[in-house]
Design a protein around this ligand. Structure first.
Ligand code: SAH
Length: 205
């Protein structure tokens, strides 16, 4: 039961009923390594290999809520990990393209998503800081690792009116930040929450 994770998201201020339903319908124990299944229902990050974590679910929920996704949206996710966040995005949007730099993590994510019957997702191995120009523009972009600034290709590939969420690295903590594209320009909207992320590693990070 994903009920504890729904409660955790609510406690962090998440109210979008579609998102809360997606969390309720997504068993996180299917998106963590076998050795960690017993603690999958806890609202905490879990190691997935290569020194990478699958993020804290309530943090994932806050980031997704800020994207204001609709059923027709095409989403770009950078940092697939084990695919938990990908599954939630797939519930809320029309199509999700997700890029992961580690091939074995991408393979786990593909298997986890397929096992749950999630079909509107494509997981690509590569450097997500370059985006996926062949599938752009994206109505929403979500980045799961921290960078000093928004990688230029991601800003370019965001559709007019699109939303982008990324943790911006700073000395004390990363600041999860929401941007929107207006008149062809990326505008900073607001800080969502401080958090701790692994670094975004790539050409445009
Ligand atoms: N969103 C996922 C994973 C979070 S960990 C989850 O919550 O399960 C961050 C992930 O970003 C790691 O899997 C790491 O390999 C990946 N990553 C870091 N830099 C990347 C890049 N440039 N392109 C694609 N993936 C990247």
């Amino acid at each position: 039961m994903a009920k504890t994770l729904v409660e955790a998201a609510r406690r962090m201020g998440v109210t979008d009923p579609r998102l809360l339903a997606a969390i309720a319908a997504t068993p996180r124990d299917r998106f963590v390594p076998p050795r960690s299944v017993a603690r999958a229902e806890r609202d905490e990050p879990i190691p997935i290999g290569h020194g990478q974590p699958t993020s804290q679910p309530s943090l994932v929920a806050q980031m997704i809520e800020a994207l204001l996704l609709t059923e027709t949206d095409v989403v770009l996710e950078v940092g697939t990990g084990y695919g938990y966040q990908t599954a939630l995005l797939a519930h809320l949007a029309d199509r999700v393209y997700s890029v992961e730099r580690y091939a074995d993590l991408a393979e786990h994510a593909r298997a986890n998503l397929a096992a749950m019957g999630v079909a509107n997702v494509e997981v690509v191995v590569g450097d997500g800081t370059a985006g996926l120009p062949e599938h752009a523009p994206f109505d929403a972009v979500i980045v799961s690792a921290a960078a000093a600034t928004v990688p230029a290709p991601l800003a370019e590939q965001l559709a007019e009116g699109g939303r982008l969420v990324i943790p911006i690295a700073s000395v004390v903590a990363d600041v999860v930040t929401l941007y929107a594209k207006r008149r062809g320009r990326l505008e900073r909207r607001r800080a969502l929450t401080p958090a701790q992320f692994v670094p975004l590693v790539g050409k445009y990070a």
